[in-house]
Design a protein around this ligand. Structure first.
Ligand SMILES: Nc1ncnc2c1ncn2[C@@H]1O[C@H](COP(=O)(O)OP(=O)(O)OP(=O)(O)O)[C@@H](O)[C@H]1O
Length: 467
């Protein structure tokens, strides 16, 4: 058992928790629930304990904590591990819930699938509890490993070098914040030991078939070099996002989510990284892609757009049509999918449109929504006629899944028109806080609501205690 003095001694982990709590916009007695994602490993267990201690000792009764463990049901011991976390929480009077990954597991890409499911289940829990945010136990060691892995793949001005964001908006509905991003894992373990607590060791942390584990070993605990890169790149990315947001707001026009015009000045300046990011972001949304084009595509595109020759080029499923009045972008009319949307369901079609079917009948959604009305509207809005003609080929259309003559027993009412809006795959699932301004400009251009603001003040400035 640790000595009583050790139990009470202030610790860097508790200081980090206190500092984090002081950044909330919530003031005075406004109650706020923080949902802590606890796997049972040292980092998340240390985070829960440090937040609990900071709240209890600091008299911060405006805050309450709840913990949630995701049981991925991939290892036989996972249910017991979740129960161990439950017991730890019960001893401290902290509410705890377990969410289980139900159903079929994919045969390949299990890590990525588990991560996607984990964040989605955690966001469900946060939303149901009306939590201010979710918090995870990511550390400076995780950050350094992420940066080192990305460094191997990126160019010096690449956004990836900003590393993990201190805040990420998940599914447009829950902010995930990382209060320990500047704290070393060793400090967290030291804190748990001082409080007489153990933790679970995830066996995948020593499995060298994972790149992260190999990188961790190669770094040998020295994270200084990677963190120095981060301090510069995180701030640079936030400033770049701010400048790109302003370019998007002034030099881009979007036509019903189908096509976009980039002003000539923006196109001419493509060699500038802010312009390039703005253009690549619009390209991703018009093409229905969840990521920016890779460096080779970006290079080809820059050469084409700045070449001054005009004409058309295709990149990332998007046609670029360069004319005197600007560069026009629209989805190429190839490989357009057909999907069925069941009653009461919402689906994303082609990565570009969110279709909500509120009717009691299934509907089929596909390409072919080209109508004289749509063409007239786009032309009236300023889209050149030849561009309109090609752009409308990738417009969405829908119909009842079963034609009326084939379903004599069906209700007489036809499905009502589905609700359709642009999907921004690039930011709708994971939006790092340093891209928030740019994402809001994109949302405005594509007729969507702005993204949920984070509940804390300084997450946007990404100020890091690491230096
Ligand atoms: N099974 C789980 N249940 C609840 N929270 C979890 C679980 N696994 C991970 N977490 C949360 O995520 C944090 C990071 O864990 P880990 O490094 O294993 O995840 P990751 O997949 O690398 O996360 P990311 O993909 O965001 O980098 C943990 O500190 C914890 O807060």
């Amino acid at each position: 058992m640790p000595a009583e003095a050790d139990r009470a001694a202030p610790h860097a982990a508790v200081e980090a928790a206190k500092q984090f709590l002081s950044t909330f916009k919530t003031t005075g007695k406004t109650p706020g629930l923080i949902l802590v994602a606890v796997s049972g490993g040292s980092d998340s267990k240390g985070l829960l304990l440090a937040l609990h201690e900071a709240i209890m000792r600091g008299g911060l009764s405006a805050f309450s904590l709840s913990a949630c463990t995701i049981d991925h049901a991939l290892r036989p011991e996972s249910a017991d591990e979740a129960r161990a976390v439950a017991a730890f929480c019960a001893e401290r009077g902290i509410r705890h819930s377990v969410r289980r990954w139900q159903g079929e597991k994919p045969a390949t890409g299990i890590q990525a699938a588990a991560r996607a499911v984990r964040y989605s289940l955690l966001a469900d829990a946060a939303q149901e509890m009306a939590a201010l945010c979710l918090v995870t136990g990511h550390t400076a060691d995780d950050q350094a490993e992420t940066i080192t892995m990305r460094q191997g793949r990126s160019e010096p001005d690449a956004p990836g070098l900003a590393g993990m964001a201190a805040g990420v908006l998940v599914d447009r509905r829950a902010w995930v914040l990382r209060p320990f991003l500047s704290l070393r894992r060793a400090e967290i373990r030291d804190y748990l030991k001082a409080r007489g607590e153990g933790w679970l060791d995830d066996p995948s942390n020593s499995n060298s078939s994972f790149e992260r584990v190999r990188v961790r070993h190669s770094m040998g605990g020295d994270i200084r070099a990677a963190m120095d890169v981060f301090v510069d790149a995180g701030e640079a990315r936030r400033r770049s996002s701010e400048r790109a947001a302003s370019l998007l707001g002034t030099q881009v026009t979007v036509f019903e989510g189908l096509a976009a015009r980039l002003d000539r000045a923006l196109v001419a300046d493509m060699a500038n990284p802010d312009c390039r990011r703005a253009v690549l972001a619009v390209t991703a949304v018009i093409g229905g892609r969840p990521y920016l084009a890779g460096r080779e595509t970006a290079r080809r595109l820059t050469a084409f757009l700045t070449g001054g020759e005009g004409g058309r080029m295709t990149a990332g499923r998007v046609v670029f049509d360069v004319r005197r009045s600007g560069a026009y972008l629209y989805r190429e009319a190839r490989d357009l999918p057909e999907i069925v949307v069941q009653p009461g369901q919402k689906e994303i079609w082609d990565g570009r449109f969110l279709v909500a079917n509120d009717s009691p009948e299934s509907i089929v959604v596909g390409a072919g929504g080209e109508t004289a009305e749509l063409r007239a509207r786009l032309i009236a809005a300023g889209l050149p006629e030849p561009v309109t003609k090609r752009a409308v080929k990738s417009a969405l259309t829908w119909a009842p899944a079963q034609p009326p003559e084939e379903r004599p027993d069906a209700p007489l009412s036809l499905p009502s028109t589905p609700r359709i809006e642009s999907s921004i795959s690039l930011y709708d699932t994971f939006l790092p806080c340093f891209d928030l301004m740019m994402a809001n400009s994109i949302a405005t251009l594509f007729g969507r609501d702005r993204y949920l603001a984070p509940p804390v003040h300084d997450v946007l400035t990404e100020k890091t205690a690491w230096a």
